[in-house]
Design a binder for this molecule. Structure first.
Ligand code: G3I
Length: 469
């Protein structure tokens, strides 16, 4: 098979034009969260900016996240690739031998499809979240159980996934193989066997090995490098290596780019698969600024490496991250705060992806938004009330927000909305342009939808972020 997979297709000319024209909103919102005096980023979504650069920008969600409208609104609009956080792992998909359960992962696949997102399958063969019946098997039975698991799961999602993390975390820190059920039963040959089995079940999915602490050059990444080299020389179907990139603030390795490049030189793609950047709490202006630098470094590194196909953040916002539970005292590791407001790292990411910078918010502006959706099978109406909770009278206002993917505005009242999809700005009209402190005004719109009837998210009034009720 051809192992050097191309980057995702470049967007059409029309799409690039839209990206350039659709100035603002979210980026202006990010601007509002930057330290005083710093200009903020303006642009479209992470997703559209990344795609315009020929890469994807993704996130991970779990099935519990699907019940959180604020989370899903951001996930479905800002990210173009989705990884199920837990639902495709062995303990969920085959909790007892031969008994498969794909319902939780199917719900995430449906969400991704409803938002026109691609999917990374995660993960088929891993020592963790592995049911005890597998580790309890006599070694002689492990190979057949592994092949059966891979065949059934990959076949279930055949044609639906961009890629699979076929083997996850095979190495110890010193570069030796982890002595898990698979290695103990089959030696290092389990990796090639797993890849061949997955390829037979879905020849179109890109097949990856995935690990953490392999971002810089060290004994563990040397071991991964040697494994990839050996697999390629044997003609084993392997398309890429996933670098989880669970970073600690300020510690993106200096050898990151050179390390990615030595892998792509072997004829595989590389992807950042679980990015986060943990901060010792409480976060400060200084640490959030360093985090913004770290995220920009990661994005710039991927963009600089031909064969780096995309970046996935692990979780949507700080409230969804695994970090606080696993590293007590650390957190604030993602692009969004616990209320899904973009952090400085969001603004630096937009800039790194080629978004333009925009104006700072009007001083003294703050706001509150309430919204109501009434939906039917193909359409909806949305009524929005914005309150000026700041100290400044606004003479002319613009309320920016993110419309869920699939929604297209068809008409509006009491405000003009531009553009009809994505990052929308609702502009005041002649009769409601003055908004005094404490005053509210209401407007609305009608839209078509393709299944996602969530309300808009990430409201900002004249560049200042709004709270939502
Ligand atoms: O489902 C049970 C629930 O029934 C129980 O009440 C609850 C009590 O703690 O636990 C629930 O299971 C948790 C599971 O996530 C589902 O939420 C586990 O305790 C918890 O350990 C598990 O954590 C996951 C972790 O992998 C396990 O290693 C994280 O959500 C998930 O984000 C994390 O993801 C991994 C990647 O797959 C591989 N790379 C590292 C990354 C971070 O650890």
């Amino acid at each position: 098979m051809s192992v050097r997979t191309p980057r995702l297709p470049r967007p059409s000319r029309a799409r690039r034009a839209f990206g350039a024209a659709a100035v603002t909103a979210v980026a202006a919102l990010a601007a509002a969260l930057l330290p005083t005096g710093q200009a903020g980023a303006a642009g479209t979504t992470l997703r559209s900016l990344a795609e315009a650069r020929g890469i994807y920008f993704g996130t991970a969600i779990t099935q519990g996240d699907l019940g959180n409208p604020a989370l899903t609104a951001v996930a479905g609009s800002q990210f173009g690739m989705l990884t199920p956080g837990n639902e495709m792992k062995w303990d969920t998909t085959e909790p007892s031998q031969g008994s498969f359960n794909f319902a939780p992962a199917d719900r995430i696949v449906s969400f991704a499809q409803g938002n026109a997102m691609k999917l990374r399958g995660h993960t088929l063969v891993w020592h963790s979240q592995l049911p005890s019946w597998v580790s309890g098997l006599p070694p002689v039975q492990v190979k057949a159980a592994m092949e059966n698991h891979i065949t059934n799961e990959v076949a279930h999602y055949k044609g639906k996934l961009y890629s699979w993390d076929v083997v996850n975390e095979p190495f110890n820190e010193d570069g030796s193989f982890r002595a898990d059920a698979f290695y103990n039963a089959m030696g290092n040959g389990f990796v090639a066997d797993a890849l061949r089995t997955a390829h037979a079940a879905d020849p179109t999915a890109k097949l990856y090995l995935n690990d953490y602490n392999i971002e810089g050059q060290n004994p563990k990444s040397d071991a991964m490098y040697n494994l990839v080299k050996s697999l390629k020389s044997q003609g084993v179907p392997l398309d890429g290596v996933g670098f989880q990139a669970h970073f600690i603030l300020g510690q993106v390795p200096s050898t990151f780019k050179a390390n990615l490049q030595r892998f792509t030189a072997l004829g595989v793609n590389v992807a950042i698969t679980e990015l986060d950047d943990r901060i010792q709490l409480p976060a400060s202006t200084t640490s959030l600024t360093q985090q913004a630098n770290d995220y920009a470094t990661v994005i710039n590194t991927c963009l600089a490496v031909t064969g780096c196909v995309g970046i996935t953040q692990w979780g949507v916002g700080d409230a969804d991250s695994w970090i606080p539970g696993t590293f007590p005292g650390y957190g604030a590791a993602t692009l969004y705060d616990a209320d899904y407001r973009p952090k400085p790292a969001y603004a630096s990411s937009v800039t790194a992806l080629g978004g333009s910078t925009g104006p700072s918010p009007t001083p003294g502006t703050s706001c509150k938004v309430t919204s109501t959706v009434n939906a039917w099978n193909t359409g909806l109406t949305e009524d929005i009330t914005v309150t000026n909770t700041g100290s400044t009278t606004l003479n002319g206002w613009s309320l920016a927000f993110t419309l869920p993917v699939g929604q297209t505005v068809t008409n509006s009242w009491n405000a003009s909305l531009i553009p009809a999809t994505g990052q929308v700005a609702a502009q005041s009209t002649s009769y409601n342009s003055t908004l005094a402190p404490g005053a509210s005004t209401s407007f609305g719109f009608q839209a078509t939808h393709t299944g996602n009837t969530s309300p808009p998210a990430l409201f900002s009034l004249n560049g200042a972020p709004c709270t939502t009720a």
